[in-house]
Design a protein. Structure first.
Length: 53
């Protein structure tokens, strides 16, 4: 799965590549959804640490 961020002149500003070892039957959309939820949890714990330190 690759995501690109381009500017108004169609120049690539940033590019992300997600590599995984899940079976080929799992779609890129599903993997992206899993990581979306994972990072929401990571962000929650980051905030949790800030307020409890």
């Amino acid at each position: 799965m690759v995501e690109r961020l381009v500017d108004e002149d169609n120049n690539i500003v940033a590019q992300w590549m997600l590599l995984s070892n899940v079976p080929k039957e799992v779609t890129a959309t599903t993997i992206g959804t899993w990581y979306y939820h994972r990072w929401k949890i990571e962000s929650y714990f980051k905030l949790f640490k800030i307020f409890w330190i």
